[in-house]
Design a protein around this ligand. Structure first.
Ligand SMILES: CC(C)(COP(=O)(O)OP(=O)(O)OC[C@H]1O[C@@H](n2cnc3c(N)ncnc32)[C@H](O)[C@@H]1OP(=O)(O)O)[C@@H](O)C(=O)NCCC(=O)NCCS
Length: 168
């Protein structure tokens, strides 16, 4: 398994990953718009995140198995040069959970953040129902910082989130 920056030609494999895990993700995090779930929708999404990467506001990554299939995604989002902070986000295929992949993804994002991007700190927002994700952050050295201003809409329910922070 390798973790690397997303590329334009990842669209077919990314669509397969997102479709196979759509119900799994939608049971934990905000749903994507329906028009995302087509080759054109995913290609447009990749173009958007790569443009943000070039602009310096995002670092979008994939977790890729040796056979080329995608088993997860992780992103540095909203990179802010003024505060030198960014948000971490990640999602792992349902069948691949419990193998430490999210932990590896967060460690990869921390290396990018404090190495290449020279950031000072990281933030994460986790729904109150997502104990596994909170555990991943705590294992990576993040600390609970209090209620988050962010809310998520999961399976028709509005869920409060918890704010986690890490200092580089
Ligand atoms: C949350 C998620 C990223 C975890 O991925 P993963 O690859 O299984 O995570 P890891 O294997 O690295 O670590 C999971 C940890 O949570 C623990 N865990 C799993 N289920 C748990 C639960 N219900 N309650 C508490 N801890 C739990 C595991 O034991 C493990 O901790 P450990 O290393 O101390 O044993 C994955 O379930 C996922 O993608 N969910 C859907 C999308 C999502 O929620 N993304 C995060 C948004 S903030």
């Amino acid at each position: 398994m390798q973790i690397r920056t997303i590329r334009l030609h990842d669209a077919p494999a990314l669509l397969a990953f997102e479709l196979a895990n759509r119900a799994w993700f939608e049971s934990h995090i905000d749903a994507r718009p329906p028009d995302f779930y087509s080759l054109a929708g995913v290609a447009a999404h990749i173009e958007d995140v790569l443009a943000r990467h070039v602009a310096g506001s995002m670092h979008p990554c994939l977790l890729v198995e040796d056979d080329g299939s995608i088993v997860g995604r992780c992103n540095l989002k909203d990179i802010d040069p003024a505060t030198r902070r960014a948000e971490v986000g990640y999602r792992i295929a349902a069948f691949a959970c419990g193998r430490g992949l999210a932990g590896a993804a967060v460690r990869h994002l921390m290396e990018l953040a404090y190495g290449q991007w020279q950031l000072a700190g990281l933030d994460a927002h986790v729904t109150i129902a997502n104990a596994a994700s909170a555990r991943v952050l705590e294992r990576a050295g993040f600390s609970f910082a209090g209620p988050s201003p962010v809310q998520a809409r999961v399976a028709g329910q509005v869920l409060d989130c918890l704010h986690y922070r890490h200092q580089g």
